[in-house]
Design a protein around this ligand. Structure first.
Ligand SMILES: NC(=O)c1ccc[n+]([C@@H]2O[C@H](COP(=O)([O-])OP(=O)(O)OC[C@H]3O[C@@H](n4cnc5c(N)ncnc54)[C@H](OP(=O)(O)O)[C@@H]3O)[C@@H](O)[C@H]2O)c1
Length: 247
């Protein structure tokens, strides 16, 4: 974790202690080259191997495209996309030498379909989907599997951690009406969110499988959306999203 302070790490280490799990928490900020290099070095020095990498760190930046600063947008990609690239580059030499390994990228239903005022988040998740789909071919000869986990709404701190592009709080914003409708729809999504343990179970199933799929859709909302998306045109899907958001 990127903040090792006791109040952050204790809930996790307490669970590990109670359940007799051999869990060790180390310092890792995926935005930072040195932090990633140090974390991977620490693991390799102590354990001599890395079997699984799960790229979970991520957050959403919301707001109209027009109002986000380039720094806000770059920060979104730094964590959600480049953060995952950084950790993958760090573990690949090790997994390649071992001739085995699994890399799990937590993208989202939002890595396959897009909803309003979430363009930066979708951009980062679509990018990670495309990258992952491509690297499966170069990694397969070395016994390394790439897995995408695509949850719908999950009841984590995600919703509280959503960042809104700073200048979109402008009271004269021409997007205010849309923003209010999106916020209302988000509230509903959060209310119907699945437990994070369902995502954890999908990750566990995928990494313990000898022959994992490329993609795992998690949650009924995501499964339904993906199924519908397969069978209708862009226009029909757009109309469905508009209806869902009342726009
Ligand atoms: N919740 C959903 O509805 C949902 C749906 C689809 C996909 N996802 C994806 O699921 C993943 C996990 O999100 P979540 O739902 O568990 O949200 P969350 O409760 O907000 O957790 C996100 C975690 O990422 C960590 N993080 C953020 N930036 C980091 C960085 N630079 N370096 C290291 N750690 C960093 C945060 O650490 P701190 O505690 O230090 O902030 C936090 O522990 C994300 O990739 C998200 O996009 C979530």
């Amino acid at each position: 974790m990127r903040r090792l302070e006791e109040e952050k790490s204790k809930p996790l280490t307490d669970i590990a202690k109670n359940e007799n799990l051999q869990l060790q928490v180390i310092d890792l900020d995926v935005d930072n080259d040195n932090s990633v290099a140090n974390a991977i070095d620490t693991i390799v020095n102590e354990r001599k191997r890395i079997d699984v990498l799960v790229n979970n760190a991520g957050y959403a930046l919301g707001g109209p495209l027009e109002y986000a600063s380039m720094n806000e947008i770059k920060a979104q990609f730094e964590t959600n996309f480049f953060g995952a690239v950084r950790t993958m580059q760090a573990v690949l030499p090790i997994m390649r030498k071992q001739r085995t390994g699994k890399i799990v990228n937590i993208t989202s239903m939002g890595g396959r379909i897009a909803i309003p005022l979430s363009s930066f988040y979708h951009g980062s998740k679509f990018a990670l989907e495309g990258l992952s789909e491509s690297i499966q071919y170069e990694l397969e000869p070395f016994g390394i599997k790439i897995i995408l986990i695509e949850p719908g709404a999950v009841g984590s701190n995600f919703w509280r951690n959503i960042k809104i592009a700073k200048s979109s709080s402008n009271t004269n914003s021409p997007y205010t009406q849309l923003e209010n409708k999106v916020l209302k729809a988000f509230k509903k999504m959060e209310e119907n969110a699945i437990s994070p343990s369902e995502v954890a179970k999908a990750i566990l199933d995928s990494v313990t499988s000898d022959n994992p799929q490329l993609r795992y859709v998690v949650g009924n909302d995501a499964a339904r959306m993906m199924e519908v998306r397969k069978n209708i045109s862009d226009t029909e899907f757009g109309n469905l999203i508009k209806k869902q958001f009342g726009i």
